[in-house]
Design a protein around this ligand. Structure first.
Ligand SMILES: Nc1ncnc2c1ncn2[C@@H]1O[C@H](COP(=O)(O)OP(=O)(O)OP(=O)(O)O)[C@@H](O)[C@H]1O
Ligand SMILES: O=C(O)[C@H](O)COP(=O)(O)O
Length: 407
């Protein structure tokens, strides 16, 4: 693929639309953002564009409709302003008359943040770049810009309008975050870096399962250590009785229908490890139970599991960690994810950490050695990339290089 970078396009004194990913974990009680690492990550790209006299209009999503973390981007704009150390105008609109008026009247050298792009229903459709290039979002915003930059590596696995539509109609490049991610992650495909250990947790069960299927098919993973809801799915697939409450959690997440796919993977001999014990909660009490004798709601993996997983981590040449082992929003269920992260940092292998929730745990750990650790802004995108899947947002930039830049 031929992905143009900011060095290739050299935007200056233009209005540039920049797709970033500042989707961040949200405290469900207070509604406040729990982590601002993704916001900080884009500072370099934005500063560079501003320093070349461009008017920078930022667009991002936050959460998904119906979820607790589906919010507007007002708090994000305040944090971005703090990290950029310059004014960021928050526009509470995405493509309506108000947003277009603010873009038309903005000064070159200034920064404006549009509202959550998933407020626009078209953004929720997965469609081809061509289809999205004809969306209202693209048709309304495109005439206001001379260029488009995609810095949203963490959403590069979605074929949504703000990611794949604009490259077909504007001169487009990758931003600095996108560029660095792609070059750092290519390491994983190097031969001779085995064993490769993937630690998979979190709540996005379908995404995780697809990734595991790919990793297994391409023989990229030597071990896949599971936690979070994906571990519960595999435990059920293995025939463990996790009890009514946990089955209800899986049913509510709409993932019980995935049990046969998980079972097929296990039967095919996939190197998927399932926790041997869990930390559970009942009536405010927290305790550990063996995986085959669970009587309460699972909130984290247990300490024996952490010990076993840590022994695999110690021997690994490449460790990829995505998605927490437990409900880390609650301090009582943060321990196992934190311990596995610490052990991965201390192991001799190269560590790639991804996903908003895992990155938020790096905060308390201290300075990181960039030759040993790559902190990816990506969660699902990171793993799909590593599983060798094509990422639609990168493909759209590639099409743009062939079809728009050549004109
Ligand atoms: N056993 C569990 N039961 C219910 N929820 C869980 C469990 N384990 C983890 N979670 C939830 O998973 C969520 C994080 O998962 P998610 O897949 O979003 O990971 P992430 O690393 O933030 O990835 P991304 O950056 O792609 O969003 C947290 O909100 C956490 O509470
Ligand atoms: O956190 C992520 O993985 C990205 O921001 C993409 O979010 P999504 O899974 O809701 O598309």
């Amino acid at each position: 693929m031929n992905i143009p970078t900011l060095d290739d396009l050299n935007f200056s004194n233009s209005k540039v639309l920049v797709r970033i990913d500042i989707n961040s974990p949200v405290d469900s009680k207070t509604g406040k953002l729990l982590d601002d690492s993704r916001i900080k990550a884009h500072v370099e790209t934005i500063r560079e564009l501003v320093s070349r006299g461009n008017g920078v209009v930022l667009v991002s999503h936050q959460g998904r409709p119906g979820d607790n973390d589906f919010t507007d981007l007002e708090e994000h704009s305040r944090l971005l302003q703090k990290h950029l150390d310059m004014e960021v105008e928050f526009v509470g609109d995405v493509m309506g008359p108000y947003a277009r008026e603010r873009i038309r009247n903005m000064k070159l050298g200034s920064v404006l943040l549009l509202d959550n792009v998933r407020f626009v229903s078209e953004e929720l459709i997965e469609a081809s770049p061509l289809q999205h290039s004809r969306s209202f979002l693209v048709r309304r915003l495109q005439p206001l810009f001379q260029g488009y930059v995609n810095d949203a590596f963490a959403t590069a696995h979605r074929s949504q309008a703000s990611l794949v539509g604009f490259p077909l109609v504007l001169r487009s490049s990758a931003g600095r975050v996108m560029e660095k991610e792609v070059s750092a992650l290519a390491k994983v495909f190097n031969e001779g870096e085995e064993p490769k250990v993937f630690i998979m947790g979190g709540g996005k069960v379908l995404d995780s399962l697809r990734i595991i299927e790919n990793l297994v098919k391409r023989r990229l993973a030597d071990r896949i250590l599971t936690g979070g809801l994906i571990a519960e799915l595999f435990a059920v697939a293995k025939g463990l009785d996790l009890g009514k409450d946990n089955l209800q959690v899986l049913e509510k997440a709409g993932v019980l229908s995935l049990v046969p796919r998980a079972r097929k993977l296990l039967l095919s001999g996939a190197p998927v490890e399932i926790p041997v014990d869990f930390k559970v909660e009942k009536g405010g009490q927290v305790y550990e139970e063996p995986a085959n004798k669970v009587t309460a709601v699972i909130k984290d993996v247990g300490s024996t599991t952490v010990g076993i997983y840590s022994s695999f981590i110690r021997d690994a040449k490449i460790i990829v960690m995505r998605g927490p082992m437990g409900v880390i929003e609650d301090e009582r269920f943060r321990e196992s994810s934190r311990t596995l992260l610490k052990n991965s940092l201390e192991s001799p292998g190269y560590l790639i950490v991804g996903g908003g929730h895992m990155i938020s745990l790096l905060g308390g750990i201290g300075p990181l050695d960039s030759s040993k650790v790559h902190v990816s802004t990506g969660g699902g995108a990171l793993l799909l990339f590593l599983a060798g899947e094509r990422l639609p947002a990168l493909e759209a930039l590639d099409i743009s290089a062939r079809e728009v830049l050549k004109k």
